[in-house]
Design a protein around this ligand. Structure first.
Ligand code: NAD
Ligand code: USQ
Length: 397
């Protein structure tokens, strides 16, 4: 297949590009490199030393003989350029990673809220709009988030996208209906993913676009089979207070002797998936597209759930790191249970990497190897969800 990978220079996009190229697909990365600019804005860098995208693709060609093409396009701002590229190239599949994905970054200021909404909603809408305009019959696979559901399973597992409800009809009888699971975002970033869902629902219904939405949990880990082939193919690894996700942050904190930064009581339960499994799931989704006219196909792309304080205690046991319980900069439930259905990927053959087997090698190989690159002043999470929370933390840090 000819596959366009929007956001292919990012943390999940890069290993996905390598994996699909390795399988013989013709891979085109479209990226505006905004993530690299945001590193510059925040004064941080990936824990792992990342080469330019041009250099990365050159090394891939040298190692495998496979070509990955890179196209510098901002899909949220340069609609005509993006549409012209799609018209010229007519990919068979499009994987859409190209959004601002950090919840703390999206909550930093009014400018960051505007940027996240404009970038994410326009990116998704431009893509859908152009596909219809060009009669492009490609399969669109989008990386969504578990966060669209909110994080509470209220005694029943969260289903894969759709909820069966009984509604009382006007004549008093009951009728069954399947609705999109009620959206319950916890940040401006997560809100944009909820808006994406509506855009997908409309374009699948109105124009028959073939769309798969992957509701992904928190991705952890760094390496995949392909990124390990050469040190210059290494993936990015974010550890800072805005982009670092919780488990990867705890790993690097343990490696540099920084007390693990648990927000609040650490009673937040979240869904997780290893980067290698994330890449495999995307491949499985690509191989199993919905038919034209089908509703949006939703997968829950996660393999296990954990409470934040349990993760901290596990890493503390493995490494001897101290655990710090800090005031929570976010507005979120202090404690929640989470049970999630993920039957579809398991039935398609996914054999998940568990935290227990992957964790130690990650601490040793990545966190310890690159610990010298960490700027400790960038570790604290400083983006507060409301002005009241910011004031409270300032009074009592
Ligand atoms: P990332 O920030 O590392 O990568 C996103 C890439 O998209 C970057 O290379 C960025 O430059 C590019 N991009 C952003 N806006 C663009 C635009 N307007 N035009 C062109 N390129 C643009 O993020 P990631 O961690 O790789 O996440 C990829 C996707 O997966 C995101 O949509 C995210 O919401 C979703 N996701 C990520 C996680 C996670 O834990 N990392 C979990 C669940 C879902
Ligand atoms: N947390 C801590 N300490 C930290 C960092 C985070 O206790 O140092 C807590 C947060 O308060 C939160 C939980 O850990 O309760 C998860 O935070 P996170 O930053 O790891 O994840 P989140 O903000 O939800 O976002 C990440 C990705 C996002 C993706 C989402 C999947 O950045 O792109 O959509 O995970 S999910 O959470 O399943 O919605």
């Amino acid at each position: 297949m000819k596959i366009a990978i929007l956001g292919g220079d990012g943390f999940v996009g890069w290993p996905t590009s390598l994996h699909l190229s390795d399988q013989g697909h013709e891979v085109h990365i479209i990226d505006n490199l905004s993530r690299r600019w945001i590193d510059a804005e925040l004064g941080v860098q990936s824990l792992t030393p990342m080469d330019s995208i041009q250099e990365r693709t050159r090394i891939w060609k040298q190692e495998t003989g496979n070509t990955i093409r890179f196209h510098l396009i901002d899909i949220a701002r340069d609609y005509e350029v993006f549409k012209a590229w799609l018209a010229d190239n007519r990919p068979d599949a499009i994987i859409h990673f190209a959004e601002q994905r950090a919840a703390p970054y999206s909550m930093k200021s009014d400018q960051h809220k505007n940027y996240t909404v404009n970038n994410n909603v326009n990116a998704t809408h431009h893509l859908l709009n152009a596909m219809v305009e060009l009669d492009l019959d490609a399969h669109l696979v989008h990386l969504g988030t578990m966060g669209v559901y909110g994080y509470s399973s209220v005694g029943a597992a969260i289903p894969e996208g759709y909820l069966s409800v009984d509604v009382e009809t006007l004549n008093g009888s009951k009728a069954a209906q399947e609705i999109l699971y009620p959206a319950n975002p916890g940040s401006i970033y997560h809100m944009t993913k909820c808006l994406d869902q509506l855009l997908f629902q409309f374009y699948a219904k109105n124009d028959g676009l073939k769309i798969t939405d992957l509701h992904q949990g928190i991705v952890w880990g760094t390496h995949t089979e392909q990124t390990l082939r050469h040190k210059q193919l290494i993936n990015r690894f974010d550890y800072d207070g805005d982009y670092g996700t919780v488990l990867n942050r705890f790993l690097i904190q343990a490696a540099i002797g920084y007390p693990l930064t648990v927000h609040g009581t650490g009673g937040q339960t979240r869904a997780f998936i290893h980067i290698q499994d994330s890449v495999r799931c995307i491949e499985l989704a690509l191989k199993n597209p919905p038919k034209k006219g089908d509703r949006v196909k939703v997968f829950n792309q996660m393999t296990e759930t954990h409470r934040v304080r349990d993760l901290a205690e596990l890493i503390s046991r493995l490494t001897g790191a101290k655990v710090a319980y800090l005031p929570n900069p976010r507005k979120e439930a202090a404690e929640n249970d989470l049970v999630v259905e993920n039957k579809q990927f398991l039935e398609l053959g996914l054999n998940p990497i568990t935290l227990e087997e992957g964790l130690l090698s990650e601490v040793v190989d990545v966190a310890k190897n690159f610990a010298y690159r960490v700027d400790r002043s960038r570790v604290p999470a400083v983006s507060a969800w409301t002005k009241e929370i910011a004031d409270e933390i300032e009074r009592d840090p």
